[in-house]
Each structure stands twice: as structure tokens, then as C-alpha cells.
Design a protein around this ligand. Structure first.
Ligand code: HEC
Length: 137
């Protein structure tokens, strides 16, 4: 009986390690952060500003069009998210995207100190535009 229990326990441990390795855990984002609204109204100027920052800070991982196929993407595990994936992106609130850019999650760096709040909210507008634009195949 003891041996059986031990085998069961070991089995469970292996299973949970397996799950942890294969499942991408969700980001834990505080509720009040999720609810935050973008203080910046969408405009050509805001998108243009965001594109410059994106090309400089994000495109090496997420790719020029947000597909997650940047030049450095191969080096990372998990790989950079596909920001054009509308079914995934529509699950996120603006506040969540802002939080993800602000805090980062390995291997994605935190942009809290690298970018101003305004720049990060501008990026939220740009990230939104990636998923709503018709994807070319
Ligand atoms: C070093 C490579 C790297 C850089 C630079 C980087 N990211 Fe990421 N990003 C990632 C990775 C890897 C993930 C997935 C992390 C995870 O799910 O654990 C990610 C996830 C995200 C997500 C979450 C998407 C989702 O489906 O939940 C957003 C939004 C995002 N990045 C936006 C940006 C923006 C905007 C910039 C530039 C300011 C940027 N990233 C710069 C690697 C990077």
C-alpha cells in the first residue's frame, strides 16, 4: 500500500511538472490594472509616435508587423507573442496590455523605466491596430 501511494505521488509530481512545462501560464494582472482605460485617444499622431518606439524597442522580438517573428525571436522561449492574433488579443483589456508592456515577463523586458506612461499607452493603441488590421497571407 505504501509503495502504491508513493508511486501515485511520484506520478502526480511528474504530471504537474509536465503541465507546467507545456502550459503557458496566464499573466497575473491585478483587477484594478485590467480596468484602466487608455487616456490617449486614437489619432494618426499617436500611432505614428508609437510606431517609432515599436520599431526601436519591440520589433526585434515581435516583428515589424507584430507577428512575433522579429529577428531575435528565435532566441527566446517562450517566443514573443503574436500581437496580430485577434482571437487572443480581444481577450485582453487595454489595461492588461498596458500592464504587460509596463511590467514585462521574462524574456520580455519591463518598459516601466525605459518608456514614459504616455509612450506605453500609445503602444497600446498600436498593438490594438495590429490585431484589427486585416492580416495578409
Ligand atoms: C526580448 C524580446 C521582447 C521584446 C523586446 C518585447 N517583447 Fe513583448 N513579449 C515577448 C515575449 C517572449 C512575450 C510572451 C511572454 C509570456 O507569455 O510569458 C511577450 C508578450 C507581449 C504581450 C502580451 C501578449 C499576450 O498575448 O498576452 C504584449 C502586449 C507585448 N509583448 C508587447 C510588447 C511591446 C509593445 C514591446 C515594446 C515596447 C515588447 N512587447 C517588447 C518578448 C518581447
Amino acid at each position: 500500500m505504501r509503495k502504491f501511494l508513493l508511486a501515485c505521488t511520484l506520478g502526480l509530481i511528474c504530471l504537474s511538472i509536465g503541465f507546467a512545462a507545456f502550459q503557458k501560464p496566464n499573466w497575473t494582472i491585478p483587477e484594478e490594472e485590467k480596468q484602466r482605460k487608455n487616456p490617449i485617444a486614437p489619432s494618426e499622431a499617436a500611432l505614428k509616435a508609437a510606431k517609432v518606439i515599436y520599431a526601436d524597442q519591440c520589433a526585434n522580438c515581435h516583428g515589424d508587423t507584430g507577428k512575433g517573428d522579429g529577428s531575435d525571436a528565435m532566441m527566446y522561449d517562450p517566443g514573443p507573442a503574436d500581437l496580430t492574433d485577434a482571437s487572443q488579443m480581444k481577450k485582453l483589456t487595454d489595461g492588461e496590455i498596458y500592464y504587460q508592456i509596463t511590467e514585462g515577463r521574462k524574456p520580455m523586458p519591463s518598459f516601466k523605466k525605459r518608456l514614459t506612461e504616455e509612450q506605453r499607452w500609445q503602444l497600446v493603441l498600436l498593438v490594438r491596430s495590429f490585431a484589427s488590421a486585416p492580416t495578409k497571407h
